[in-house]
Design a protein around this ligand. Structure first.
Ligand code: SF4
Length: 284
């Protein structure tokens, strides 16, 4: 069933017609939502908040999505670069507790794009996840969650993407589960290893950010307790891989049962429950 938001819209904004906006992160769920809503809400505006630190695969995915939607995806750019804000924050790399990057590179550009008029913000949270996230709380923005309201789960999202010809984001081919900046601190260690192996130059850049942080008098690491230089040592890479494989085997053994559609359709994708609590605007 397709949820009708008209009563909530008129309760929130009266007779003033709102703009309809969907922020794309470069992730599969927001891409699927864009396709899901394309014909239902022809006036919808698609926005991608470009931090200039995204993976090439993300830019490629956004470009292909734009072709499928047949509509321009507006790219916002922050007022100042990540490097500028890093200096303002005295070299303190962003982390889960210091999430200045999302605020400065994603949320503020989104709020500037939205302005002060009434806006419906469509968010791609699925019905099979219970993620909370960091989204704008401006009073003129009403967030709605069509996949949750319409009961769509991960298998539905994958089907939407496959039916449209877009498929999953290409970075998932090499085992990265999230969109967003190549150095995002929400990455698991195994994802850092995969970044090292797939895009060594990006790994090197991430490592340079850590090493430059020393000049500010304190050492900050993307992974909190371990520097990327330590993580890149061959014996450490081998250990991270073997730990990850063991954890996957345990998870598989513990999994009660796959849903029928996943089993029959071969639609199983890597568990993305670790994306919980990330930034919705970056990774959904
Ligand atoms: S993707 Fe990660 S590093 Fe980039 S803005 Fe979002 S939370 Fe920050």
């Amino acid at each position: 069933m397709i949820t009708d938001y008209a009563p909530r819209i008129s309760a929130s904004f009266g007779s003033e017609p709102p703009r309809h906006i969907l922020s794309l992160s470069g992730g599969k769920d927001s891409a699927a939502l864009a396709i899901y809503l394309r014909d239902r809400i022809p006036e919808i505006e698609y926005v991608f908040h470009d931090t200039d630190k995204e993976l090439p695969e993300t830019y490629d995915y956004i470009g292909r999505l734009e072709a499928i939607l047949g509509k321009r995806i507006h790219r916002t750019t922050p007022t100042d670069s990540f490097d500028h804000w890093l200096t303002v924050y005295k070299g303190m790399l962003p982390s889960n507790h210091r999430r200045w990057c999302t605020k400065m590179l994603k949320l503020k550009p989104f709020e500037a794009y939205v302005g002060d008029g009434p806006v419906i913000n469509y968010v791609g949270l699925r019905a099979d996840e219970n993620r909370s996230g960091y989204i704008s709380t401006k009073s003129n923005i009403l967030a709605v969650y069509p996949f949750q309201d319409d009961g769509l789960v991960r298998a539905d999202i994958i089907r939407i993407l496959e039916d449209s010809g877009l498929g999953l984001p290409p970075y998932m081919d090499w085992g990265r589960s999230r969109s967003g900046c190549f150095f995002c601190f929400y990455q698991q260690k195994i994802e850092w290893v995969r970044l090292l192996e797939t895009h060594p130059s990006y790994f090197e850049l991430a490592m340079e950010y850590e090493e430059r942080a020393v000049q500010f008098g304190e050492q900050f690491y993307w992974c909190q307790s371990e520097s990327l230089r330590e993580l890149a040592r061959p014996e450490r890479v081998a250990k991270i891989k073997s730990d990850w494989e063991k954890a996957q085997a345990r998870k598989k053994a513990n999994r009660k049962s796959l849903s029928l559609v996943e089993t029959l359709g071969g639609l199983e994708v890597e568990d993305d429950s670790h994306l919980r609590d990330g930034c919705l605007v970056c990774s959904i």
